[in-house]
Design a protein around this ligand. Structure first.
Ligand code: ARG
Length: 590
């Protein structure tokens, strides 16, 4: 259904047309002076130049027409030519009633029949997840969910890093520790064991150990490179080890992501696209795009309009090795072939921007993607510690994701466990959900490209623009509804219909809910989950103001009471939907 501002815009546009002005000047927005009016139109100020009149003269003409409209309670024009509009309550209420009955609270299915791939997560097998992997997982999951609500076929792809030196390092380290393993017996021709020679804890210890060892042993680095080369070229024993690394890692990754309420549709890997590379390179050569430069095969991607230097995209190094770029370009080729998406969105650290700029240009130049396919790079900023530097452990190491999550969860647990009515198991589960909500919400409430400071105290507070505050509001509404049904078993609040608001805070709450469908469409249009956070925060504030002024449970007028119950139910459902779009789960109590 149309958004409320669109409906009002339609009316104002036709008033402009009626006065022989171009209707485009009738654009209406939310008022930036809510103390004066609910909506405003500034079109007269812009139209004035074109029609050679004063803005106020035009605004007066329009206002005179709008004043007669039955859905508008108050229309006024103020200097210099602003048109202020306040709606009749019946119009707000009928819109809200329609919204509550509409599918997805009135969000339009703008994405029907369109496919979007979201490349997010990007973990590397065998390396533990660290805070850098957190942001991509949180943001990607949210973008995917918002798109899905709007009807897009959203395919989230984890794009697992399983092809690099880290595999060679692990193989070399295993060989150093246990040279007798069957995988290193070059004469062995039989089947390899099904069981991996390590578990996840061991695997996660092996990689950093190997990486450390290279620092003092350059020869070991050579061995790791050699092992990388061998596994990439089909060495049987090494390929079997690589399979083990994959299996053990993927199982663990799925568990970690599920804990974060992050789920991928595709578990594609860098290794999957290697088979596309030879043909892709041939193609680039035959199109005259790839050429040898200092022994490396490169494609020029700079553009005359560039203000900064955009170096050529390197696809094959002089030693014959392919690179991160080669794999990413081949991934574009594969994605177009398998899914023919309308858009691919990459959610990656913003420091990788140049890499993607090169890939996108190369893909477009080589016609690997249809001209209509959009390639979008959404670069995110760094999560910093209190000192404003990238988040580190106390001893300066890279902070592991699970440690970071634990910090937030423990903080919430302290608070929840003070409530002795909640059994310990439930308190743990509540703390897990709310702690993760705190992290996710604080991440998403910032603009994606901005750096931000990880501040556990602030994130986990139940006041202010935080995840716990929104959850707290939802839980409060649930408890009012429960209280009512205890006395009136079987009562279903959704069956009532909304009455005209009885007071200002109720009207403001209603008006806030009407913004939902617009907020969702806007947040997807510019990839901005923070707009949903801001809305959920404002909606919670409006609800809490209303709640403090209203005695719902003891209200004697049943028509009033049932309308209020319906209104708070709608508030709860809209808030829960917002949090779900952010990938946040809500406990029953907290
Ligand atoms: N694995 C990479 C890393 O940890 C991120 C992958 C991002 N996606 C991509 N298509 N390159 O930095």
């Amino acid at each position: 259904m149309k958004t409320l501002v669109e409906l009002i815009t339609d009316v104002v546009k036709s008033a402009f047309a009626q006065c022989n002005y171009s209707p485009e000047y009738g654009l209406v927005t939310l008022s930036n002076r809510p103390d004066l009016c609910q909506f405003q139109c500034n079109g007269a100020l812009i139209a004035a130049k074109k029609y050679g009149k004063t803005p106020i003269a035009i605004a007066t003409e329009i206002t005179d027409i709008l004043k007669k409209h039955p859905d508008f309670k108050e229309v006024s024009c103020v200097m210099l030519g602003f048109i202020n509009i306040t709606l009749e309550d019946h119009f707000i209420v009928s819109y809200l009633n329609a919204m509550s009955e509409a599918d997805k609270f009135g969000c339009e299915e703008i994405g029907a029949s369109k496919t979007i791939i979201v490349d997010y997560g990007g973990p590397n097998v065998a390396k533990p997840l660290h805070v850098g992997h957190l942001r991509t997982a949180i943001i990607g999951e949210s973008i995917k969910r918002i798109g899905r609500l709007l009807g897009y076929k959203m395919l989230g792809d984890v794009h697992l890093g399983d092809w690099g030196l880290q595999i060679g390092l692990i193989i070399a380290e295993l060989k150093r520790r246990s040279p007798d393993l069957i995988y290193f017996d070059e004469s062995y021709k039989g089947e390899y064991p099904m069981e991996a020679p390590f578990n996840i804890t061991e695997l996660e210890e092996i990689y950093p150990a190997a990486s450390n060892y290279t620092k003092s042993n350059p020869d070991f680095m050579e061995e790791a490179k050699q092992a990388t080369y061998l596994f990439q070229n089909g060495h049987r024993g090494y390929v079997a080890l690589w399979q083990h690394i994959l299996n053990v890692s993927i199982k663990d990754l799925k568990k970690n992501y599920a804990n974060l309420n992050v789920y991928f549709d595709l578990w594609k890997k860098e290794s999957d696209v290697q088979r596309y590379i030879p043909k892709m390179i041939e193609d680039l050569k035959s199109k005259g795009l790839a050429y040898l430069s200092h022994g490396a095969l490169v494609v020029d991607v700079k553009d005359n309009s560039d203000t900064k230097d955009v170096p050529p995209c390197i696809l094959v190094k002089s030693d014959g090795a392919t690179l991160y770029s080669t794999t990413d370009l081949a991934t574009v080729v594969e994605r177009i072939e398998l899914y023919n998406p309308d858009e691919i969105i990459y959610i990656v650290d913003k420091r990788q921007e140049l890499h993607f700029e090169q890939i996108f240009r190369c893909a477009k130049k080589a016609d690997f993607v249809p001209p209509t396919t959009k390639l979008t790079f959404l670069g995110f900023g760094t999560m910093n510690g209190n000192d404003g530097k990238p988040f580190k452990t106390r001893d300066g190491g890279v902070m592991r994701l699970e440690c970071l999550i634990k910090e937030a969860v423990d903080r919430v647990y302290q608070r929840v466990s003070e409530n002795k009515e909640i059994p310990q198991d439930e308190a743990k589960e509540i703390a897990r959900k709310v702690g993760i909500a705190a992290i996710k919400y604080s991440d998403l409430s910032n603009q994606i490209s901005k750096d931000y400071i990880f501040d556990v105290d602030r994130f986990t507070a139940t006041e202010g623009n935080t995840g716990p505050y929104i959850i707290y509001t939802i839980v409060r509404i649930k408890s009012i509804l429960n209280k009512f049904t205890e006395v009136n078993p079987g009562y279903r609040a959704e069956t009532a219909s909304l009455q005209l608001p009885y007071g200002e805070s109720e009207r403001n709450l209603m008006l806030k809910i009407t913004q939902f469908n617009k907020v969702i469409a806007d947040s997807f249009a510019d990839y901005s989950p923070h707009k949903i956070c801001q809305f959920a925060f404002e909606l919670s504030n409006e609800f809490n103001r209303f709640y403090h002024e209203t005695k719902i449970i003891s209200e004697k007028d049943t028509l009033k009471q049932k309308s209020w119950l319906k209104l708070i139910l709608l508030t709860r459902d809209v808030l829960v939907t917002c949090l779900d779009l952010l990938g946040i789960e809500v406990p029953d109590r907290m």
